[in-house]
Design a protein around this ligand. Sequence first.
Ligand code: SF4
Length: 607
Amino acid sequence: MKGYAGTILRVNLTTKEVKKEPFTEELARAHLGGRGLAAKIIYDEVPANADPLGPENKLVVASGPLSGTRVISSGKTHFSAKSPLTGGYGSSNVGGHLAEEIKFAGYDAVIIEGSADKPCYLHIDDDKVEIRDAQNYWGLGTITGEKKMKDELGDDFQIAIIGPGAENGVPFGCICHDFGRQAGRTGMGTVMGSKKLKAIAIRGTKSLEVHDKAALDKVVRQMYEDCKNHPEIKVWHDFGTPSVTKWCSSTIQAFPTRNFSSGHFEHDDELKAETMKAKITRHDKGCNMCAMPCGQYTYSKKHNSFVEGPEYETIALEGSNLGIKDIEDVQYLNFVTDELGLDTISTGNIVGHAIEAFKKGKIKEEQLDGIKLDWNATAEIVKLIEKIAKREGIGELLSQGVKKASEVLGTQEYAMHVKGTEISGYESRRRGSMKLAYGTCNVGGHHNDAWAILYDANKGDKKAEKVFDLQKIRTGFDTLGACRLPWVELGIKIENYLDALNAITGFNMTMDDLMKTHERNNNIMRMFWVKHVPGFGREFDQVPERWYKEEEGEVKADAPIVTKRDYNKLLDQYYKLRGWNKKGIPTQKKLKELGLESIAKDLKKKK
Ligand code: SF4
């Protein structure tokens, strides 16, 4: 098979067994790789009653068919497992330099199963695979730990590592790589922690054969030219994702502010991209083959902290959502959260919830062990985040995520999550497509699968259709192993990615074939929920109650609030487009049409 390594590595941490299995062309054609392949593996192999933190859960680390080639921005690695945060489908990706290293070591994916009895790390050096002792690393922060590991193994090893939060079982622990990049969402790091796996260190020195090198060169050259000549490229080099901060807050009022009580932050000038660049940015930083590096490496003199970031989501959740009005404070919170190995989005969301709950008397002063919790109280917020990472005092309750914590506190009406995943950086009361995108995202409250806020802002009226299309295309990027930003921001054509895929693999797919593959993979992700979560259906696609109520403070509304009735109408339209029933469950007909006969049989048995 061209473009693939042709091997899946399987490591059992209980038995210490290491196996190399063929990655068949049938499997590659049906699911391609990355997120799609990982979804197929965890659907097939993780039993319905598996404890997400038990040995039966499996973590899949997957590269995509574009990984290891010169296709632009093809440095994304995908992680999937049953999520300890939601109990459903878990998935997250990270940029950097891991995906190509996996490929060059001779693998398309690594499946990690079982649990070690003491801290270990996985050492992969081409064909040589070892489970090594990691007691010296356990307890180290992610940046400190990655540095130590690179110092010991050599800079040519790529490292994926977890921090103390994930080791302690906080269900939104992330997997960190390349000094500041994270597979942040749904607790994939916590799954590593439960297996006592501190890190994966990998070095690959092999090469990769492609089907048609000349055709690949041609399309890649075109993609680079289109990026280079795009009028917005300078904005990306200069600012990265923070370039949307001011627009989100002041133009479209989508900037989560004080636990999503508003979409406009009155101090947004202090957090906007130009302020960040003037005060803290040192240089940009990109993933493998990136033509538009969006990473911003920063230094805060106030806190003496270096970090990659904050990027937009962190500015939103650990900035305005906490009422923080100094970009240096956001940068420091970013550094603290990264080092502890927690997802900045979930952390910012939960801390915002805790501040509001405290102000409304639902958390008592005596529960806070002296922390003076308030908006914009950076030093106090740091103390709370440390307590969450250690699961100590009030941190034990908050560490369970906003859904579970709110059920105990009686604060569900302002708990900002979908399916148990804390909502990311877009306030969406008045935005039908974005509400639907959050409601139906396969990992819960995340914008990854459909960033539809721009469509709403431009008054698009085919909302359900837009979300359906975006979900196919954007999850498709995760499957191919590429970053979607050149497509979203610089308009690189989706046809170019198809041409590149065909040049690499020789699969000769049409655009319809590619979209059908993405739809197939999306349905497997949906069916993972059906398999694992009793009573799964429409209820799980609902958005928070707060999004049906007016904002607090001054509102420059450009559209009415999308009511629950209208939201449910959108949901009906969306289910119909998907070929799912009114409860949001894929039909037998749809599953069979997508070639998912065995999953259709599972569904029949379940009924
Ligand atoms: Fe990585 Fe950003 Fe480039 Fe995407 S645009 S590949 S996230 S540096």
